[in-house]
Design a protein around this ligand. Structure first.
Ligand code: AMP
Length: 141
């Protein structure tokens, strides 16, 4: 069921690069490579689960704790009008990477999101955005 060679499993094992913003024993967070808005990041439980149905309760709790923490940091760093948190299960729901993850996406009033998983952001921009989130996390701690 779980594909250990999905792109997020490779990021978790350090086999692929990412702009990491946070890590603890149970969770990992990094900038989305094709952000739908500036500051869009992803929070992952480290547990090997493709969809939320397979996730253990401790891993789900840890993922939600980290998602709330990162949502606070993104809000502080980007000061959006609102903030969307989303999680897709299965291709029919829009999931493209089969490892559970939570999208944290700042929203600006009246501004549509860029298309899902569509256009890669300049790495220098992702790096700068990651640094803003990391600085905000340090402030919140
Ligand atoms: P989903 O469609 O919910 O599975 O979301 C997968 C997300 O992962 C999309 O928003 C993609 O832009 C993002 N993504 C895909 N590959 C990478 C990668 N190598 N690094 C960071 N984000 C990625």
């Amino acid at each position: 069921m779980y594909d250990p060679n999905n792109v997020f499993a490779k990021i978790l094992r350090g086999e692929l690069p990412c702009f990491k913003v946070y890590e603890d024993d149970q969770t990992f967070a990094f900038m989305d490579i094709m952000p739908q808005a500036d500051g869009h990041l992803l929070v992952l439980p480290k547990e090997a689960a493709a969809e939320i149905f397979e996730l253990s309760e401790p891993a789900a709790q840890a993922a939600m704790r980290t998602t709330q923490r990162l949502a606070r940091a993104v809000r502080a760093a980007f000061q959006p009008d609102g903030l969307f948190i989303g999680q897709f299960n299965g291709p029919a729901a829009g999931q493209t990477v089969p490892h559970v993850h939570f999208h944290v996406i700042p929203r600006a009033e009246g501004q549509p999101l860029r298309r899902h998983a569509n256009e890669k952001q300049d790495p220098a921009v992702l790096k700068a955005h990651a640094e803003r989130v990391i600085a905000a996390l340090a402030e919140l701690a």
